[in-house]
Design a protein around this ligand. Structure first.
Ligand SMILES: *[C@@H]1O[C@H](CO)[C@@H](O)[C@H](O)[C@H]1NC(C)=O
Ligand SMILES: *[C@@H]1O[C@H](CO)[C@@H](O)[C@H](O)[C@H]1NC(C)=O
Ligand SMILES: *[C@@H]1O[C@H](CO)[C@@H](O)[C@H](O)[C@H]1NC(C)=O
Ligand SMILES: *[C@@H]1O[C@H](CO)[C@@H](O)[C@H](O)[C@H]1NC(C)=O
Ligand SMILES: *[C@@H]1O[C@H](CO)[C@@H](O)[C@H](O)[C@H]1NC(C)=O
Ligand SMILES: *[C@@H]1O[C@H](CO)[C@@H](O)[C@H](O)[C@H]1NC(C)=O
Ligand SMILES: *[C@@H]1O[C@H](CO)[C@@H](O)[C@H](O)[C@H]1NC(C)=O
Ligand SMILES: *[C@@H]1O[C@H](CO)[C@@H](O)[C@H](O)[C@H]1NC(C)=O
Ligand SMILES: *[C@@H]1O[C@H](CO)[C@@H](O)[C@H](O)[C@H]1NC(C)=O
Ligand SMILES: *[C@@H]1O[C@H](CO)[C@@H](O)[C@H](O)[C@H]1NC(C)=O
Ligand SMILES: *[C@@H]1O[C@H](CO)[C@@H](O)[C@H](O)[C@H]1NC(C)=O
Ligand SMILES: *[C@@H]1O[C@H](CO)[C@@H](O)[C@H](O)[C@H]1NC(C)=O
Length: 448
């Protein structure tokens, strides 16, 4: 975007906010102002179109006592679709016990000021949640369509404890993802709290031109069974996405770029307890082509995590991470990825690049080198300290053959282990030994 375009864009957005009508006819819901947090400091290549003002307001009132509010929610959304504003008032708790297909949205604002909690009827949801093929993903609802703004300062609560406990008994259950953005174009999701997702918090699939800003993610198990696979965001078959200004307290990838994620900016995140900002896993499905391209990750604080910057690719033949996660043999490319600015604290590896994801036996992995190329990767301006886990190592940069990885560069890397060392395991990456302190070549240092 040129400066003039940026200005026009900002003015359009400002006028959209000023002219939002506050319709309080039923005396209950008071519409919030659309927040429109600016995308900064980095901008996506394509600019996000302005969203016209909404002309009517529909208020949903909760039935209370855990009664299913789904049909009233659906009614209000249908009534206010095509130019309206749906208010979920503050201090009201809504219960959703029905899978809602909201892929018909157009020119609508969902103003979630209260709390929406999903029921923990694990039998119902396993039979009725939306199935998305990739990694057996399922979602409580699916939101899609065009020109959608969701905000309001409220909470979406996945009520995950029943799921954490059930997963400990049976890893093949299908745990719903809290927020499914499926087939959305021109959307903003801002100022919301996501709590206790049964699995990943957010799946962004088949979507383009979407901004997430000021999302607060937190949840965890109170029993001995951990809340597993609780990725903050997973992008899939999606383009032109921004994820920014958010706080994530979870137990798996903070953000993960799954197959066919392109033109994505991730900036100003505070991640705690995660598995890092990850490209992949990729190459899971034999014969399929996975592309991850043009990603800029800027200004991340990463604490208590397994990784900081991570690229994980399955090997050239089949492997298994666990009973419910197996793969290998896929093709594709990872290209033009920049990680610029990360402060790590108590992170096992500050940087991890592996093409043996899911295969602990490196001999077996290297017999079938990955068919997925990794090129034009810049990792720069890292500081902080790792955990004791791999001390004296602080990173692992291992490709499965020299022909599949090129132009990987690590600059201004100032991360040390608790014992003060800065060692890396490196293999098959040209020039890496002049950038970091390589001490071994893949036969030392485990990958996760
Ligand atoms: C995305 O679109 C493709 C092609 O239309 C479809 O097969 C798939 O089910 C959609 N959803 C997801 C989550 O990929
Ligand atoms: C999907 O689930 C089936 C069984 O429910 C399991 O065998 C398979 O490994 C799962 N696939 C993935 C990719 O997780
Ligand atoms: C199911 O959800 C309800 C409502 O939040 C809660 O009272 C109940 O304890 C939950 N049950 C389990 C097993 O988590
Ligand atoms: C990803 O993009 C590639 C290249 O366009 C295509 O061959 C592949 O089918 C896409 N994969 C998915 C899951 O959509
Ligand atoms: C980096 O992100 C933090 C929030 O995590 C924010 O407070 C700070 O202003 C950002 N710095 C820059 C230079 O954008
Ligand atoms: C980070 O996560 C740990 C648990 O892993 C928790 O004890 C701690 O309070 C979290 N820190 C913040 C700032 O939320
Ligand atoms: C590389 O990715 C960045 C960030 O998305 C983008 O600004 C840049 O134009 C891309 N470079 C090329 C050559 O496509
Ligand atoms: C890391 O985790 C510890 C406890 O496990 C917690 O005290 C600390 O606040 C966490 N650090 C950050 C920055 O969240
Ligand atoms: C690792 O793989 C190699 C080659 O397939 C095999 O010979 C070896 O027995 C495997 N090692 C273990 C510990 O499984
Ligand atoms: C190496 O990759 C960076 C992006 O990470 C790119 O800017 C640069 O042009 C690439 N260099 C070559 C020689 O391709
Ligand atoms: C590296 O970080 C340490 C603190 O972690 C700091 O004292 C030192 O000045 C930094 N070095 C460089 C070259 O930035
Ligand atoms: C690692 O180093 C050993 C000993 O120098 C060598 O035999 C082996 O081929 C190297 N492996 C890789 C993957 O570079």
């Amino acid at each position: 975007m040129r400066v003039t375009e940026l200005l026009t864009f900002a003015l359009l957005q400002a006028s959209a906010v000023l002219s939002t009508p506050l319709d309080e006819r039923n005396g209950k819901g008071v519409a919030s102002k659309r927040p429109n947090h600016p995308v900064r400091p980095h901008h996506p290549k394509k600019c996000m179109p302005a969203s016209p003002a909404r002309k009517k307001t529909c208020t949903v009132n909760a039935l209370g006592d855990g009664k299913d509010d789904s049909s009233n929610i659906l009614k209000a959304i249908k009534k206010c679709n095509n130019g309206g504003h749906v208010v979920f008032p503050e201090d009201q708790k809504f219960t959703v016990g029905t899978a809602l297909d909201l892929t018909f949205l157009k020119h609508i604002d969902l103003d979630i000021q209260g709390t929406i909690q999903f029921t923990n009827d694990t039998d119902y949801w396993q039979a009725n949640s939306f199935r998305h093929v990739f990694q057996n993903a399922t979602t409580f609802f699916q939101i899609g369509g065009q020109d959608i703004n969701i905000y309001g300062g409220g909470t979406l609560d996945g009520n995950g404890q029943a799921w954490y406990d059930l997963y400990a008994q049976d890893i093949y259950i299908l745990r719903p993802i809290l927020f499914g953005l499926i087939g959305a174009k021109d959307a903003t999701i801002e100022d919301l709290k996501f709590r206790y997702s049964p699995q990943w918090y957010t799946l962004v699939a088949n979507s383009s031109s979407v901004v997430f800003s000021n999302i607060d993610i937190e949840g965890g198990s109170v029993s001995k069974n951990p809340a597993k696979n609780t990725d903050g965001w997973d992008t899939y078959r999606s383009d032109n996405i921004v994820i920014q200004n958010s706080h994530i307290n979870n137990g798996d990838d903070c953000v993960s770029f799954k197959p066919n994620s392109t033109n994505i900016i991730v900036q100003n995140l505070i991640c705690n307890g995660s598995h890092g900002i990850s490209v992949g896993s990729l190459g899971q499905y034999p014969g399929q082509v996975d592309i991850v391209e043009n990603i800029y990750v800027y200004n991340i604080s990463m604490s208590n995590a397994s990784d900081g910057a991570r690229i994980k690719v399955w090997p050239g033949n089949s492997a298994a991470l666990s009973g419910d996660l197996q793969g290998g043999g896929g093709l594709g490319s990872v290209k033009n990825i920049t990680y610029d600015g990360m402060v790590v604290y108590n992170v096992d590896y500050a940087i991890e690049i592996t093409q043996c994801y899911g295969q602990k036996n490196l001999t077996a992995c290297n017999e079938y080198p990955s068919k997925l190329t990794i090129e034009d990767i810049t990792i720069k301006n890292f500081e902080g300290t790792t955990s004791k886990k791999y001390d004296p190592l602080v990173g692992y940069v291992v490709c499965s053959s020299p022909t599949v990885c090129s132009n990987i560069s690590i600059e201004n890397f100032n991360v040390t282990s608790p014992s003060g060392t800065d060692e890396f395991t490196c293999a098959n990456v040209e020039g890496v030994d002049s950038q970091v302190n390589c001490v071994g070549n893949g036969t030392t240092g485990a990958h996760s």
